[in-house]
Unconditional design. Sequence first.
Length: 135
Amino acid sequence: AKFHEKFPKLQKNAAFRAFRVVRTFVLVTVGYYLFAPASLGVTVTLLRDSLHFDGGAFVAFLTTNLRELIVAIAGTAVLTFVDLRSLRENRLPVGEVISRKQGWVRALLYGLFLFVILFFGLYGSGFDQFAYFKF
């Protein structure tokens, strides 16, 4: 809070907001790498391999996971459309609109979100382990 009091103009600065998004993504990714693998050695190997780009492996990934990639892109497009539409019509983010609903509606929506996450927690036909098993 003291940082924002000292630099109030940064709150609306697009570059600073983009930096915050990238910073959060990096922290969450590194945090996932720390808790998902079985050992610290595997974690270090995953982090090292994620910083190395191999074009052939990328093309192989795209060809074998094209259906899942299309679903992910379509889902992201739908979420972006809904969010932008909500912002344009209500001038409020979707989360703010949900937080203004009655308690039982919020609980129902949160329960639905949780169910969707748990139901679709298994990704693709080649994955036999539940995605959130270790948590």
